[in-house]
Design a protein around this ligand. Structure first.
Ligand SMILES: Nc1ncnc2c1ncn2[C@@H]1O[C@H](COP(=O)(O)OP(=O)(O)OP(=O)(O)O)[C@@H](O)[C@H]1O
Ligand SMILES: [Mg+2]
Length: 779
């Protein structure tokens, strides 16, 4: 047996060495699905299959690179380099570069990111003089995106009375027209958005059978990771390509399907067996990633989902620590708890910050964590994945837009960004005129600018000269860019356009940080050209732009090697693993999200999301929630997430000290563990350790965010005596609308920040801001 096969268990090995025909590996988290895929490719190559004949589709480009590296260790790096491996988007962008001419696209087409798409839709809505409130560009884009992912073209849209009717119902009868305009404008600009990369591939493979045939011949073996999150468009592409040889191997876990909101269709994995004859099914059941407590805790939650395939997940790993649950008074307290706990692990267990991930439901949750981590008492290095990515920052997009124009002068969104940046006296009105005229003549704006002499746009002589100067400048850049590598071009452009000088003029800290970002971009491009030259690969600007357009945030390289805690949304964490994982904000209406509680299927998707989060952890998982949180500028009371309750309590350890109830009342059982007989809960004694570093003062925590809107006082607040009294003192027994009776055990702050610490029978100690708490004094 080849040595590398010894690193697999029996079921994994069977899946790796199985040769031809359709196969599906369906298995729970951490059971080695990705590992099997990697080894399978190595094994195919080892058995004589040419790397050029293997297509492997992964969830991120980073995953593809890592897999390639491992395969390289078995078959040699130079061979592994020839593998077609990457995300759907990057692989099919590559195919469209060489075949897109069939559809009328130039090989240098631009890839519009969502910001470009939103801006373009915004202009269309404006030009059509539609109501901006009814037609919100982002919402329109997401509707168009869902059409594209379901392969509904403009023509198909107009042939579908149901769709037309539903847009009328939502007061957006012009949806079809916007869709049509959007498609035409992208086409004219030589641009494709993310969804087009799949839609146009489908179009290519359907309309041009000889192209399909060529790629069917080429990809004798096709492998897809995270198959549970493929959408209809991706499904069709895979199906078409695999049709000839049917050597299709898909890998996934229906319990980790979490992208339905972006069109992923869980049925793709559930129905795989019906799509092909003689599908060989492999199941992997042993989890190698996580401690037994984590595996069992995750199993006990996902069991609650009704829609799922039968499968077991078990592990030989040690029980390890229990999953820790932490209740916090506020989100700042929560962040402080996480920070302190991490520092404690660093000190006591000598872990690296690289071993830690903080996962959350929505991007906005990072604010408190960031504030606390940056505080001098903690000083914890971190990196956020997701949010506004580096390439979407204004100053970066401006520079990139210059580069994009050099590759594709018809790129309308890039042109609009730079035509008057740095300022050269070309105003918005002129640009609007150009845009309308370009549409009228069915030309791109740049083409129109090159022909200014022959069209009458009613522009004054000064403006005309400025436009002609602009065109001359771009043409000059084009000539200069010839035969230069990506870095040389970018460096030249940044100097010539004086963008940095412009930013420096600003002089504010933001301006300085923008200058640094532009420098960072140049460094990244330098890094890219050096690396490509080393590998003797394409170091051109066009190639760099493609890389940048499709780089997911996980692909970005850390600026330095300092260990850092990783912060990301759970969606982003798919496939990854970390020894220590903190899942924060486990509160009803946040996770599960308020929008997901209407239907069983949405709630089940949230539960799968929780399952994904928990199964990222190897050694220890922390679940934390906050009892109060600022949301939309208001301090709101929060209840712990149902997902904590759903975990079998024997795998949990409650870190919050339990409060002895002051009185028996009906709310007692509503504590999150209240339904469990008291003696079954293991409450470990809180470990007494000296604090690692001094905590920031409590006062800081309740400083309201700057943009906090004052909540209008409840109109009933002053309606009668004794109602919602704010004249409260330690020792008072008070009643809260939701928590019932409690005893005031402390007071702090003053004015708007005045807070009472109250021991409630129902929920333990809570700190409440008096101005919101609506407390009634009983005695
Ligand atoms: N046979 C094995 N021996 C030792 N370690 C293994 C074995 N199989 C898998 N692992 C390790 O277990 C961890 C999980 O494997 P992998 O990431 O392939 O699982 P997965 O099923 O793809 O997980 P996910 O569902 O999260 O994508 C990895 O660290 C991997 O190296
Ligand atoms: Mg995986």
């Amino acid at each position: 047996m080849d040595k590398y096969l010894e690193n697999l268990n029996e079921s994994q090995r069977a899946a790796v060495v199985h040769k031809n025909g359709p196969m599906i590996i369906i298995a729970g988290a951490g059971s080695g699905k990705t590992r099997v895929l990697t080894y399978r490719i190595a094994h195919l190559m080892n058995g004589g299959v040419d790397a050029f004949n293997i297509l492997s589709l992964t969830f991120t480009n980073k995953a593809a690179r890592e897999m390639k590296e491992r395969i390289g260790q078995v078959v040699g790096t130079s061979e592994a380099k020839n593998l077609w491996m990457g995300t759907f988007h990057s692989v099919f962008a590559r195919i469209l570069r060489s075949e897109g001419h069939n559809l009328g696209f130039p090989s240098n087409f631009t890839i519009y990111d969502s910001q470009d798409s939103v801006r373009l839709i915004g202009s269309i809505i404006k030009e059509m003089q539609l109501d901006k409130e009814l037609y919100k560009a982002k919402q329109v884009l997401s509707r168009i995106s869902s059409f594209k992912n379901s392969l509904i073209t403009v023509k198909a849209y107009y042939n579908n009375p149901d769709l037309i009717e539903s847009d009328k119902m939502t007061q957006r009868p012009k949806m079809g027209e916007i869709y049509n305009q959007y498609v035409e404008r992208c086409f004219k600009a030589g641009a494709m958005d993310f969804d087009d990369l799949l839609l146009r591939t489908n179009e290519l493979l359907t309309r041009f059978p000889e192209v399909l045939s060529r790629y069917q011949d080429r990809f004798k073996y096709i492998l897809v990771d995270e198959y549970q999150d493929t959408n209809h468009s991706q499904y069709l592409i895979v199906r078409a390509l695999a049709d000839r040889f049917q050597n299709i191997c898909v890998v996934g876990d229906d319990s980790q399907s979490i992208y339905a909101f972006r069109g992923a269709n869980i049925q793709n994995i559930l129905n795989f067996q019906n799509n092909y004859d003689d599908v060989k099914i492999f199941k992997l059941e042993q989890n190698y990633r996580s401690s037994n407590n984590i595996v069992e805790a995750a199993n006990s939650v996902i069991e609650k989902n009704k829609t799922k395939l039968d499968k077991e997940v078990w592990t030989d790993n040690k029980d390890g620590e229990l999953v820790k649950v932490k209740r916090n008074a506020t989100e700042v307290k929560e962040a402080q708890f996480v920070a302190q706990s991490i520092l404690q692990h660093v000190e006591e267990n000598e872990i690296s910050l690289n071993d830690v991930a903080i996962l959350y439901r929505t991007n906005s949750q990072t604010r408190a964590i960031e504030d606390v981590f940056r505080h001098r008492n903690y000083n914890i290095d971190y990196v956020i994945y997701g949010g506004l990515s580096f390439y979407q920052r204004k100053e970066i997009k401006d520079v990139i837009s210059y580069l994009r124009i050099l590759i594709n002068p018809n790129d309308e969104e890039a042109l609009k960004r730079i035509i008057n940046y740095p300022a050269r006296g070309i105003g918005a009105t002129t640009l609007d005129k150009l845009s309308v005229a370009a549409n009228h003549y069915n030309k791109s704006i740049f083409e129109l600018l090159c022909n200014l002499k022959n069209v009458d746009l009613n522009l004054n002589a000064g403006t005309k000269t400025k436009l002609i100067n602009f065109v001359t400048m771009i043409k000059h850049f084009e000539i200069e860019a010839q035969n230069k590598n990506a870095f040389e071009v970018a460096d030249f452009i940044v100097k010539q356009t004086r963008i940095v000088k412009e930013l420096e003029k600003d002089g504010t800290p933001e301006g300085i940080s923008k200058v640094e970002n532009v420098q960072e971009l140049l460094n990244a491009i330098k890094g890219f050209t050096d690396e490509q030259q080393e590998k003797k690969e394409d170091d051109s600007l066009a190639f760099f732009l493609e890389d940048a357009a499709l780089a997911s945030d996980l692909d970005k390289k850390a600026k330095d090697d300092t260990p850092k805690v990783s912060l990301m949304t759970i969606h982003m964490s798919k496939g990854l693993e970390y020894p220590y994982v903190y899942i924060i904000g486990l509160e009803e209406n946040l996770f599960p999200s308020a929008m997901s509680m209407n239907t069983r299927s949405e709630l089940e998707e949230e539960r799968r999301l929780f399952y994904v989060a928990l199964t990222r952890a190897e050694t220890q998982a922390y679940l934390s929630y906050s009892q109060n949180r600022y949301r939309w500028g208001k301090l709101v009371d929060c209840e712990p997430s149902r997902f904590i309750q759903e975990i079998d309590e024997k795998y949990l350890e409650l870190l919050s000290p339990r409060i002895a109830p002051i009185a028996q009342n009906k709310f007692l059982n509503e504590d999150i563990f209240g339904s469990v007989p008291q003696d079954k809960i293991r409450f470990k004694k809180p470990i007494q350790r000296p604090p690692i570093k001094k905590k920031p003062s409590v006062r800081a925590e309740f400083t309201a965010p700057k943009n906090l809107k004052r909540v209008p006082k409840n109109p009933t607040a002053n309606a009668g005596p004794n109602l919602f009294d704010t004249n409260i003192n330690v020792g008072n027994i008070v009643e809260h609308l939701k928590f019932g009776k409690g005893k005031v055990i402390g007071m702090e702050g003053g004015g708007a920040n005045k807070k009472a610490e109250i021991q409630f029978a129902s929920v333990g100690i809570k700190k409440l801001l008096l101005q919101f708490a609506k407390l009634k004094i009983i005695s």
